[in-house]
Design a protein around this ligand. Structure first.
Ligand code: GLU
Ligand code: MG
Length: 458
């Protein structure tokens, strides 16, 4: 349940949690692989930990997807050092699915309490502040696709909980208790839900989270993961958030919806620019499109992401936008008089659970704001699937495949000064080192193995 922060200091919050039976506070952050990492402190230590944090190694910034530590980034090239992990007190919730624990997102700061350049949440806060300086604000919402399986019996095979028709109501029958607990616990944990349904693939489901300001949206995405995992475990199921669970199957997208507003008015609707957008709304979209390859190197960064992103799978494979085009990497969801102006948003399809949710939003905002600052105008939307066109046809319309290898991803990312600036040089280079380490690991494994080894990471 959400904790009433109105009633005083962290000491009182700790006392109240103790009365409720909470024994530990779980402080969670996501690393550069999108993998949640955590520390638990006894609830009696909450007051001091909220003030000074707990010590963790700075090397979490250079952990790769398989818990290897790379020393290839200059700033973090020895095992020495310590930083502080501080729980965000005003985001503390008691976990409905693990009632002995409270949960809070963590902020990483240097040992002297100053800003730590590798703190992903801080990177997003900087972009939000930049937008505020321009009089702009955002709403963001993640859509989480995942696959539910029966517990592994050993071996590599997974057993999806259903093979039934896509989107069929019978899909929830096998997991009725899970579905019920999930919706109840998300509500108790303060994560608003737009929809929940059986999705397209075997055992696949989708949960879409109510939009919020960007930092809250990223916090909620992390909290939703813990809530889904807990509900699954309670019903003897396992949830895979991996971008691709099985070779040749549909993937799990964690599509990212954003809208941008000035003085509370959505710039993606009610305007006389293209497709009902205002001129600045169109520039936001055009900014995203201009930097799409670099953005996607952050929003779908893993080896599993590279396998998920394919034409014809609604995962976004090319650099183009469309109006309600589900094959488009950037899908404009326009408003209508019936739906109201708040409805309009842009969905980024090449986004998944292997993205750090804070960094993903930070680079989306950075690219979009740059589009506004540069007064960009979006090209005409594409309403077809350019994957069915010839390469000449695509080139004629300025449409290119998104990066297909780690080298292409890093090329797009590191050669994009706007996105690098948003990340900061230290974090950008640590991110590079981690991706390079992942690629070296993959060179020793075949594709099916790579996919399998990402199944349970997120
Ligand atoms: N599963 C698809 C993906 O990999 C998305 C399907 C949809 O648009 O809901 O992103
Ligand atoms: Mg979906």
């Amino acid at each position: 349940m959400t904790v009433d922060k109105g009633f005083g200091s962290m000491r009182t919050v700790g006392e109240e949690l103790t009365k409720q039976g909470v024994v530990g506070v779980m402080i969670v952050w996501a690393d550069n692989n999108g993998i949640p990492r955590s520390r638990i402190v006894p609830v009696g230590r909450l007051e001091s930990v909220a003030e000074r944090g707990i010590g963790i190694t700075p090397l979490f910034a250079v952990f790769d997807s398989h818990d290897g530590i790379t020393f290839e980034h200059k700033g973090l090239s020895t095992p020495s050092g310590d930083i502080r992990l501080i729980p965000e007190g005003d985001r503390l919730v008691r976990l409905a699915g693990q009632p002995g624990f409270a949960w809070a997102p963590g902020r990483q700061v240097a040992a002297d309490g100053s800003a730590w350049p590798y703190d992903q949440r801080g990177v997003l806060e900087r972009q939000v502040a930049r937008a505020e300086g321009l009089g702009l604000s955002f709403l963001a919402g993640y859509e989480l696709e995942f696959q539910l399986t029966w517990p592994e019996q050993g071996g590599d095979k997974i057993s999806p909980v259903h093979e039934g028709p896509s989107y069929g109501p019978a899909r929830t029958l096998a997991v009725n208790g899970f579905a019920e607990q999930l919706l109840r616990d998300l509500d108790l944990n303060g994560v608003g839900v737009n929809q929940f349904h059986g999705e397209y693939g075997p055992g696949q489901f989708e949960l879409s989270i109510v939009p919020a300001d960007p930092v809250t949206a990223a916090d909620h995405q992390l909290l939703a993961r813990q809530t889904i995992h807990a509900a699954a475990r309670a019903h003897d199921l396992r949830a895979s958030f991996a971008p691709l669970v099985e070779h040749g199957q549909v993937g799990n997208g964690w599509h990212l919806h954003t809208s941008i507003a000035r003085t509370g008015v959505n710039l993606l609707s009610g305007g006389d620019g293209a497709h009902g957008m205002t001129v600045d709304g169109g520039a936001y979209l055009a900014g995203l499109l201009r930097d799409l390859s670099a953005v996607v190197a952050i929003t779908a960064p893993s080896l599993s992401s590279l396998q998920r992103i394919r034409p014809g799978y609604w995962s976004g494979a090319y650099t183009f936008w469309g109006v309600e085009n589900r094959e488009a990497s950037l899908r404009l969801v326009p408003s209508t008089a019936f739906l109201g102006t708040e409805h309009a948003n842009i969905e980024l399809k090449p986004s998944d659970a292997s993205a750090n949710p804070y960094l993903a939003l930070a680079v989306v905002i950075a690219a979009g704001l740059a589009g506004i600052e540069d007064g960009l105008i979006p090209p005409e939307p594409v309403q077809e699937d350019p994957g069915t066109w010839t390469e000449e046809q695509r080139t004629e319309r300025g449409i290119h495949p998104l990066p297909r290898t780690v080298d292409e991803q890093l090329d797009a990312l590191l050669n994009n000064q706007r996105i690098r600036t948003a990340l900061g040089d230290e974090l950008a280079d640590a991110f590079r080192a981690v991706r390079t380490s992942d690629a070296a690991w993959a060179a020793e494994h075949d594709v099916a193995d790579v996919i399998k080894r990402h199944r349970w990471l997120y």
